[in-house]
Design a protein around this ligand. Structure first.
Ligand code: PEP
Ligand code: MG
Length: 663
């Protein structure tokens, strides 16, 4: 018997793909192989057991081998474990990372749309009819046929089978299993996410812990469907108990596969959004980002969902695709099931089930009017708004990922007023390194060149988990260790971002913006850090340039001391989403306080006025990049107070250009 201790160097540890490849390698040897992590031990030939062991990069583990080829096995496996890129299929990313990244990428950075998308000029329906109110998640009107998406829950009620039925049941399981994997394969192929995702999912499905466990159950007298669902549940529960958030989320994959196999065994079809063959309004209790990604989106003309809030993934995806949506609708599943037609107003959060012919006619007229209005706005694409008193107003776009660049350019955005970098850091296993960030920032800057792009440094706190940053449990995360406060405490996180920004600044149009600034000292400390990064880059012979440095004014402290901050920075951008929350002491995501969450409250307007005044005195530009910048009734107010630039989601740019041009 051989025993060797080793520190694991595999990037991100033995998660799905490396664990699978490690187990595959281990199976090439006849000796028994075990891995010990602390007091726990796993069979090295089982990918799932290895995953459940939760071995991380830099963990010390013990490899035990016992058998004739033990020395060969130990040599090969140690080599695997000491190789950082072992088992990685895609430049450091697991296939499933790409899936979540894709979902995050669709997250169109348009969180700003979440709060109040209402256009007061949208007419109320002429016909009054009882409606249900939910969360206004994506503006727009829709009326049409309902497509009820309520996948039925499958229960694992065990049917006893006789010993002579086992063989047949095993064969049925084999066929259903192969069909489910093949279907998954073609589904992902359509999504353009082929091999890696399917491979990662099938690895788990084909593992002994899944397929052999199902077969064992069948052999002991369970019917195949119940055995499949039961094993799926047990395996999912084991993943759910993991510390690592990424591995925990594999539980859904396992349940999904078990469900697909069981449906085939039961001879049932799953309701699928992929099969939408004509324009429909989708009614669902819950929809995951994956459901949405698999759907035939072109045929979804509206979306109604019992779960979800204005800032949920689903709302963001609906906005990104321009689909009117009402989420968080307080109705029971049955209400959805009974509906055949639906009308909805995404800006008002209103839904009418089975509307009358009069209401439908009214909707048809309003939808046609909306289309005409939208088409008419396209003439503003190349307009650079100038007010009657000669002030040039910039209308820029808020973006969260590179996928939104085309929509912003198409809408005539005059630059990027806010690039939220946190999406780059979320929904993944490790922090993005300097080069990855540099690539993203420079591609953004190139796309808009020579127009300015304002890139905000990482703005996260305990409410949004990010890998590699352990946030303390806080009673009030919105008042906690977040934004620039956290970044200044974590130079290991902050410096790669600053270095990437300095390098991208050589393009000439990159501006850097700091979130959640309270105090002058924070700005000065960032400047020192920027100078240190610049010095390091110079020593390394890397090209860099000093970008313009601005701050978000989104805390009352920053607004009240704007006169002290202005001489230290190159520009201000007022984050009205947070400024309103902090000035009014109203949680921006609490629907019960929506009436008090008012950017047009005199207290908030006074704060904005003070900031504009200080910017004018210091001769620096002032923008607004919170949701208020897109609201038609707020645009004249903000411009009147002295704001030079309004930045918003691309879908609002044309309307804002028109309003600003007419002032
Ligand atoms: C804001 O607070 O207004 C803002 C634009 O930032 P975020 O919505 O990302 O907090
Ligand atoms: Mg903010």
């Amino acid at each position: 018997m051989l025993e060797t201790a080793i520190v694991v160097k595999v990037n991100e540890g033995l998660h799905a793909r490396p664990a699978t490849q490690f187990a595959k390698l281990a199976k090439e040897f006849s000796c028994s192989l075990q891995i010990f992590r602390g007091a726990t031990c796993a069979d090295a030939k089982s990918a799932v057991k290895l995953m459940l062991l939760g071995v991380k990069q830099d963990d010390q583990i013990l490899l035990r081998a016992d058998g004739s080829d033990e020395s060969d096995a130990v040599r090969r496996l140690l080599q695997f474990l000491s190789e950082p890129s072992a088992g990685v299929s895609l430049a450091g990313h697991d296939a499933n990372d790409r899936l979540v990244e894709k979902a995050a990428a669709v997250e169109a950075g348009s969180r700003a749309d979440a709060d109040k998308p209402q256009d007061p000029r949208v007419q109320e329906p002429a016909v009054t009819e009882a409606s249900v109110r939910g969360v206004a998640a994506s503006e727009g009107l829709a009326d049409g046929e309902a497509f009820v998406y309520l996948p039925e829950a499958l229960r694992a009620t065990r049917q006893f089978i006789e010993p002579d039925e086992v063989e047949g049941e095993l064969a049925r399981f084999g066929v259903a299993f192969r069909e489910a994997i093949a279907a998954l394969d073609s589904q992902f192929e359509t999504m353009g996410q082929h091999d890696d995702i399917v491979e990662a999912l099938t690895d788990v499905a084909q593992s002994d812990e899944f397929s052999s466990a199902v077969k064992d159950r069948i052999a002991s007298g369970w019917d195949a469907a119940a055995a499949t669902l039961q094993v799926g549940e047990e395996l999912a529960a084991a993943f759910l108990a993991m510390e690592d958030e990424y591995l925990r989320s594999r539980a859904d994959d396992i349940r999904g596969i078990a469900r697909q196999v069981a449906l085939r065994l039961l001879g049932r079809d799953d309701v699928s959004l992929a099969s939408l063959s004509r324009p429909c309004i989708v009614l669902a209790a819950d929809l995951s980002a994956l459901d949405f990604a698999r759907a035939c989106v072109a045929n979804i003309v509206g979306l109604v969902c019992i779960k979800g809030s204005a800032t949920s993934h689903l709302a963001i995806m609906a906005r990104a695709h321009g689909i009117p949506a009402v989420l968080g609708l307080p109705v029971a599943d049955d209400r959805l099931r009974e509906a055949t037609t639906v009308a909805l107003d995404g800006a008002q959060g209103q839904v009418w089930f089975d509307p009358s012919p009069e209401l439908q006619a009214d909707f048809a007229a309003r939808i046609a009017q909306d289309r005409r209005r939208h088409a008419a706005l396209s003439v503003y694409r190349d307009v650079a708004p100038v007010t009657r008193d000669g002030r040039h107003i910039e209308i820029a776009a808020n973006l969260g990922s590179l996928t939104e660049i085309d929509a912003a350019l198409e809408a005539g955005a005059m630059g990027v007023g806010l690039f939220r970098t946190e999406l780059l850091f979320m929904d993944r296993r490790t922090l993005p390194d300097e080069d990855e960030q540099y690539n993203v920032y420079s591609r953004l800057a190139e796309a808009f060149h020579p127009r300015p792009v304002v890139i905000r440094t990482l703005d996260v706190g305990g409410d949004k988990p990010v890998p590699g940053i352990v946030f303390p449990q806080e009673d009030n995360p919105f008042l906690g260790w977040r934004g620039v406060r956290m970044c200044l405490d974590r130079p290991d996180v902050f410096k790669p971002q600053l270095r990437a920004l300095l390098r991208a600044a050589t393009l000439g149009n990159v501006h850097v913006m700091l979130p959640m600034v309270d105090d002058l000292d924070e700005v000065r400390r960032v400047k020192v850090l920027l100078a240190t990064c610049a010095q390091e880059l110079a020593l390394e012979g890397a090209a860099y340039a000093m970008p313009k440095l601005g701050i978000m004014v989104e805390t009352p402290a920053a607004a009240l001391t704007a006169d002290l901050l202005a001489p230290e920075v190159d520009f201000f951008s007022i984050g009205t989403n947070d400024l309103t929350q902090y000035v009014m002491a109203v949680d921006r995501v609490n629907p019960n306080l929506a009436a008090l969450y008012r950017t047009d409250h005199p207290a908030v307007l006074r704060a904005i006025g003070m900031v504009c005044e200080a910017a004018k005195k210091a001769n620096i530009r002032v923008a607004v990049c919170g949701e208020a910048a897109a609201r038609p009734e707020m645009i004249p107010v903000l411009i009147g107070l002295g704001v030079n630039e309004l930045s918003m989601s691309p879908s609002s740019v044309l309307r804002a250009k028109k309003i600003a041009s007419e002032l």
